[in-house]
Design a protein around this ligand. Structure first.
Ligand code: LMR
Length: 394
């Protein structure tokens, strides 16, 4: 049976991990996969996570199954973190999911169960795995304009006019903050305008929030979710704790569905739990138990906010540092969009030939689209990085 299969190429983002690891050059720089790095270039376990893990080791009595929805304490803490204290809980279902990707996958199957003919609109561009993940689950995808590669700005008017023509009942995938790959987010006023369109056109928001706390702050970064949840009858939210809790490989996230009323909510609740049972049965527990301990304890929670703030501030300062280093070396090229973007990513805005040259000649790794993860920049590699970028542009 399996001999009939053809090999497929490595994932455009995850494939870079192995390529980088195999590169023997000491000056190499990893700007590829979206993981946070310290000034030393490490991705350590957060200190607050270590503390919560110790509590778990000391106090956890059993690893017996919890259930398809995972931990109720985790789910309610995450619901509050994302939707705020005054969210419409009687219309909302939140389940623990195996990371943001696991959540997206369950959401895709829920959309197919509820509305098999609905299309999902994704931004052009979007996270490269959105398309195979959602289309692979059987959804039909369409795209709306988002990024102007010439001036590095959001094509907001084009986005709105495209979505105005989308058929009622279609689903629109949006990045709550730190848009991946562009790093450019809508302003609060633009979110309000978009919400009006979603309500008028009866479109269903499907919001991916993988970087809460990495743009401006925990509350600021979920403005669109809180605003939309007050206005729209239905919405879907997939969240990830990979980045903001540094729990990448532990696979922690949530899927929330806002239903039109409490009766519909109970049906969604039964459907989603039934669905989960047919895919992975129950979600992994460890990382969610850690997050639950942190969010439900005032002292641990404030320790987490301090570490998160440190990560956000470092990302911001690395954007400025790279832009300054590039300005010093060349007045011909404008990289100021680096500092207009937020979170981990933005496009460098160079053609693929130069991306490949940076890899081959300088050991600098980024996604082929020229998306860089600014967490890979440090005070000790920024000069080499800027020299190399300018050298490839000559
Ligand atoms: C990224 O975009 O680099 C991250 O979200 C990691 C991933 O799974 O692709």
């Amino acid at each position: 049976m399996f001999e009939s299969l053809q090999p497929v190429s490595a994932d455009a983002i995850l494939g870079l991990i192995a390529e980088y690891k195999d590169d023997p050059r000491t000056e190499k720089i990893d700007l590829g996969v979206g993981v946070y790095r310290t000034t030393e270039g490490d991705t350590p376990v957060l200190q607050v996570v270590k503390r919560a893990e110790q509590i778990l080791i000391d106090e956890q009595e059993s690893k017996v199954y919890i259930g398809t929805a995972g931990s109720a304490d985790f789910n309610s803490a995450m619901q509050e973190l994302i939707f705020g204290e005054s969210c419409p809980v009687d219309r909302l279902v939140t389940i623990q999911a195996p990371g943001g990707s696991g959540s997206l996958r369950v959401a895709a199957s829920m959309i197919l169960r509820a509305s098999p003919t609905a299309s999902v609109w994704v931004s052009e561009p979007t996270w490269p795995n959105h398309t195979p993940l959602l289309a692979g689950a059987g959804l039909s995808l369409k795209s709306y304009p988002y990024y102007n590669a010439l001036n590095h700005e959001i094509k907001f008017d084009d986005m709105i006019s495209t979505l105005k023509d989308a058929p009622a009942g279609d689903v629109v995938l949006l990045h709550a903050c730190c848009h991946n790959p562009t790093g450019l987010d809508l302003s609060n006023d633009e979110w309000r305008t978009l919400t009006d369109i979603m309500v008028d056109r009866n479109l269903i928001p499907f919001i991916d929030i993988a970087y809460q706390g990495f743009a401006e702050g925990l509350n600021e970064d979920v403005f669109c979710i809180r605003h939309m949840s007050e206005r729209v009858p239905e919405m879907i939210v997939s969240s990830s704790c990979s980045k903001n809790f540094g729990l990448y490989r532990d696979r922690v996230g949530t899927l929330s569905i806002l239903a039109i009323n409490d009766k519909a909510r109970d049906v969604v609740d039964s459907q989603i739990n039934n669905l989960v049972r047919t895919i992975y049965s129950v979600p992994p527990d460890h990382g969610a138990a850690v997050v639950s301990l942190i969010l439900n304890d005032a002292e641990l929670r404030s320790a987490w906010v301090i570490e998160l703030t440190e990560m956000r501030e470092r990302l911001k300062s690395m954007r400025v540092m790279l832009n300054d280093a590039l300005i010093l070396r060349s007045s011909k090229h404008d990289f100021s969009h680096l500092v207009r973007a937020t979170g981990m990513f933005c496009f460098l805005g160079i053609p693929i030939e130069q991306v490949l040259r940076l890899k081959k000649d300088f050991g600098i790794y980024m996604v082929d689209s020229s998306r860089i993860n600014v967490a890979g920049i440090t005070p000790s590699n920024v000069n080499y990085l800027a020299d190399s970028i300018i050298a490839t542009l000559r």
